[in-house]
Each structure stands twice: as structure tokens, then as C-alpha cells.
Design a protein around this ligand. Structure first.
Ligand SMILES: Cc1ncc(COP(=O)(O)O)c(C=O)c1O
Length: 266
């Protein structure tokens, strides 16, 4: 059954960038919001993109109850807009929420939210080759309470951003630093969840790698610091003659949608 989404359209649409989109610099005109309280998802709404009101005691601001998704809408040659495997992202977010003791967003709500927002902001889906509308569904704990326990209130929101390729190199090869000191995730931790905390943990190594002239970090395992895990924002594959290998999903790396597609296509 379709959600009844209350839509408030912007009265001051912003100028859309046409070139040098970069990644995550611009935001489309609207955002989707949905509250969780009293054990129920409620109040689905689309508002003009803008600041969120959140209490300073909100659990996300202290104990990092935060996770997100990253997915894309593409404009085809005939102008048709397509979402790339939204069910994959809906599943990944729902499963990850369980690890962070957050309520999962049901797949149909997740997908309807994304579809409604992209439909309203269709003019923001770029038409240049390689560009897309990046979609960022996000789930955060909003209950204001300082004891350490899972929050009882949450906000699920979706924002979108017209983007080029993630790396400034475009689709050309990037230089990757093999990180032997810092680690991203240990067995039993959050590595397989798209938790904000994993990215906070990775910033120092990324910064140091950038200072040495590398675009990203290749993470090694937390115990022996020698087995390959993944890159900061992507899974990895290696080709040995006619064999292609990739690290297994053992709980410390993200189950990437691209990884899944590559495996299906090979
Ligand atoms: C840590 C990490 N691994 C892998 C990926 C690739 O995931 P996907 O292929 O679903 O975009 C990402 C994407 O941002 C990531 O942040």
C-alpha cells in the first residue's frame, strides 16, 4: 500500500549546476523525512531541502547511532530515469540497522520514499555521460537521552545530490595506498554495516594517504595486517590470468552492490 506522503514544495528552486558537479557538493531542492516513535514509522513528508531540527541530546550526536546508503538514479539516452537496484540498498540498510539496534526501514517504505523524492526532483537528474543523481538515505537516532542504550526515536531521511564520478580522476585509474598501520574494522565489529562510525574511523588514514599523493586507502585485515579487505569506498577484485578473486563477505567489509553485480556478470 502506498504511503500518504505530505509534500511541501520549495518556493525558491535553486539554480542547477550544469558542469563540474564533483561529488556531494550540490543538493537537490527537496528531502524526504520519516519519524519513528512508539514502535511505529510515521509522518512521511517531503520538504524543501534545509536544516533539520534535532535536540542536542540526540543519540546520533553522542553514540553514533547513524547509518546510511548510497545509490544512484540515472537518466537514459531517451530521458527515462532509472534507479539502480534500489532493493539491494533497502535490504542492506535494513540488515545493517539490526546490528546498530535501530529499527529497520521496511523495503517498500524505503523504495517508495526514494521514488517519490526522485520523481519530484527529476530535473536534478543530470544528463551528461557518467553523471547521475546520488541518493543518500540516512537513519539516525533522535531520542534525547544520555544513558547508553539504543534510542527509542529515529529519523529516516533521504537527500539527493547531482554528481560526477566519485574520484576527481573521473573514470581513470586511481592511486591507492596500502594501509599497514590503521585498521577500518575488526571481526565482530561494524565493518559490514554502512555505519557513519566506519567512515569516521577511516578519516585519519585517508588524510595521510592523500598527503602522500594517493586517492584512497586499501584496508588490510585487523589481526595480521596482511590480508586484503576493501578500499575506503569500494570493494576490490584481482585478476590472476583467467581467474578473478575478491575478498569474501566475512563481516568486516561492506557487501557492495557493485561487487554483487560484478560477481553476477562474471
Ligand atoms: C566501505 C565501502 N565499501 C564498498 C563500497 C561499494 O558499495 P556499492 O558497490 O554498494 O556502492 C562502498 C560504497 O560507498 C563503501 O563505502
Amino acid at each position: 500500500m502506498a504511503m500518504q506522503i505530505e509534500v511541501t514544495k520549495t518556493t525558491s528552486p535553486r539554480v542547477k549546476p550544469t558542469e563540474n558537479l564533483g561529488f556531494g557538493k550540490y543538493f537537490s531542492d527537496h528531502m524526504f523525512l520519516l519519524d519513528y516513535a512508539g514502535g511505529k514509522w510515521q509522518n512521511p513528508r517531503i520538504l524543501p531541502y534545509g536544516p533539520l531540527a534535532i535536540e542536542p541530546g540526540a543519540s546520533v550526536l553522542h553514540y553514533a547511532q547513524c547509518m546510511f546508503e548510497g545509490m544512484k538514479a540515472f537518466r537514459g539516452k531517451n530521458g527515462k530515469i532509472r534507479l539502480f537496484r534500489p532493493e539491494f540498498n533497502a535490504n542492506r540498510m535494513r540488515l545493517g540497522a539490526e546490528r546498530l539496534c535501530m529499527p529497520g526501514v521496511p523495503n517498500e517504505i524505503f523504495e517508495e520514499a526514494v521514488q517519490a523524492l526522485v520523481k519530484l526532483d527529476t530535473p536534478w537528474v543530470p544528463s551528461t555521460r557518467g553523471a547521475s543523481l546520488y541518493i543518500r538515505p540516512t537513519l539516525v537516532g533522535t531520542e534525547s537521552y544520555l544513558g547508553v542504550r539504543p534510542a527509542e526515536k529515529y529519523l529516516f531521511f533521504v537527500i539527493t545530490s547531482p554528481v560526477d564520478a566519485y574520484y576527481s580522476e573521473g573514470f581513470a585509474p586511481v592511486k591507492i595506498w596500502v594501509e599497514e598501520e590503521y585498521i577500518r574494522a575488526a571481526p565482530g565489529g561494524l565493518g559490514h554495516v554502512k555505519a557513519g562510525a566506519n567512515y569516521a574511523c577511516s578519516l585519519k588514514a585517508s588524510l595521510e594517504a592523500k598527503a602522500k599523493g594517493y586517492s584512497q586507502v586499501l584496508w588490510l585485515d585487523a589481526i595480521e595486517h596482511k590480508n586484503i579487505e576493501e578500499v575506503g569506498t569500494m570493494n576490490v577484485f584481482f585478476r590472476f590470468k583467467d581467474k578473478v578473486v575478491t575478498p569474501a563477505l566475512s563481516g568486516t567489509i561492506l557487501n557492495g552492490g557493485t561487487r554483487d553485480c560484478v560477481i553476477q556478470l562474471l
